[in-house]
Write a protein that binds this ligand. Structure first.
Ligand code: FPP
Ligand code: MG
Ligand code: MG
Length: 376
């Protein structure tokens, strides 16, 4: 499902998405036809295209706000002018940034489907199902390498560093989720905001140290495996457009991406319990089967202590998964997870308030609401 099916106002992005897709195919092509089939497998499937849409909207909402816009346009057009009347709405480097971020996303899915042993994705057999685990891992590596080479052409060492850091954070988040890292120190600033959310708004019991630690790990890894890439993408969009030299625009983009990314992943974790596998296009109840306790389980734990033993053994005994699903559904956990996602989406929308009024600003705001009602 394209994101424009959720939000018709995104139709105006069609020409940019067309150029984006053309470049994506070029950047993921190899001289080996089999490798090209593999690296382009997820790239050519219908998808929401959420990340490129967000990047293009953030570019439309912020290009021209910084004092450097004229310079950026001049660089892009290759000739000297102080006249911005013919300026492009979105710079070529920003379209390439969208390709870099999508390539990172696609590579991470190729690896993720190996790690999660996922048979399906986007309503079709997953890349490892079609090509095998070894090929899916190597295909992901190929796409990551191409993405890094493309990042080097964006003309900003800072963007290169931010993108590389986001790569590292994705890996750390995935390891944290699988229990492979203990005693981590998460991303401090981003996390402090989340801790306020949890303890003040949601009253996660701070006296239950074990549960509080599980929440901290969950929020931290959710930022690292998902929200971090949104946050990086939108911050880099603003930097490439020149508005990033002003702290307020950069921070707005970063926080919007962070909060929207958290809401997105919370909905993903909710859909794992409530989604229809036919609409999801991937297996439901996958998290519990992989031993992962997400927000619905953590909220349920507050009401039903009997779930704790299942969490502690990572749902490893026969019947644990089914019993946990039933008990989670008998509590208010699914409603509370949705409310937490809504709160993040609201906070994302509030971040936009400093932007001048524009159609792109409205669409960014609408998108934060639209991801809450998505079915896949
Ligand atoms: C999907 O989560 C997976 C991610 C959001 C990140 C996966 C990251 C890695 C495998 C690290 C390697 C990164 C790169 C760039 C190669 P999910 O399994 O909860 O969601 P799903 O239901 O869509 O599979
Ligand atoms: Mg997965
Ligand atoms: Mg996974």
């Amino acid at each position: 499902m394209q994101v424009s099916e959720i939000l018709p106002s995104l139709d105006g992005l069609a020409p940019y998405l067309h150029e984006f897709q053309k470049g994506l195919l070029a950047h993921t092509a190899s001289s080996l036809p089999l490798l090209t089939r593999l690296t382009q497998y997820y790239v050519t499937q219908p998808s929401k295209r959420l990340r490129p849409c967000l990047i293009f909207l953030m570019c439309q909402a912020t290009n021209g706000l910084g004092v450097d816009w004229a310079v950026k346009v001049r660089e892009a057009q290759g000739f000297a002018t102080n006249d911005c009347t013919n300026s492009p709405e979105i710079l070529p480097s920003q379209i390439r940034l969208a390709q870099v971020i999508e390539m990172m996303h696609v590579a991470s899915l190729m690896h993720d489907d190996v790690i999660d042993n996922a048979e399906t994705r986007r309503g079709a057999p997953s890349a490892p199902t079609v090509f095998g685990n070894h090929s899916a891992v190597l295909g992901g590596d190929f796409v990551v390498s191409r993405a890094m080479a493309l990042t080097a052409t964006l003309g900003s060492p800072e963007v290169m560093i931010l993108v590389s850091k986001a790569f590292c954070t994705l890996v750390e988040g995935e390891l944290l989720q699988s229990g492979g890292i203990q005693n981590h120190s998460g991303p401090a600033d981003a996390f402090r905001f989340d801790a306020d959310f949890l303890y003040c708004t949601f009253r996660v019991p701070p006296d239950d140290i074990a549960l509080a630690t599980m929440w901290e790990d969950y929020i931290c890894k959710t930022y690292m495996k998902t929200a971090c890439l949104f946050s990086c993408a939108l911050q880099c969009s603003v930097i490439l457009g020149g508005a990033g030299n002003e702290e307020c625009w950069r921070k707005m983009a970063l926080l919007y991406g962070h909060r929207l990314g958290m809401a997105f992943q919370l909905v993903d974790d909710l859909l794992d319990f409530t989604g229809d596998p036919g609409k999801l296009g991937k297996p439901a109840n996958a998290d519990l089967s992989l031993g992962i306790a997400t927000a619905p389980v953590l909220f349920a734990l507050e009401e039903d202590e009997s779930i704790r033993e299942f969490v502690l053994r990572r749902f490893g005994e026969p019947g644990d998964v089914q019993k946990t699903i039933e008990r989670v559904k008998n509590t208010g956990a699914l409603r509370r997870t949705r409310e937490l996602a809504e709160l993040y989406a609201d906070k994302a929308r509030q971040t936009l308030s400093i932007l001048p009024e524009s159609a792109a600003k409205c669409a960014l705001s609408d998108l934060a609401a639209a991801i809450l009602v998505r079915q896949n």
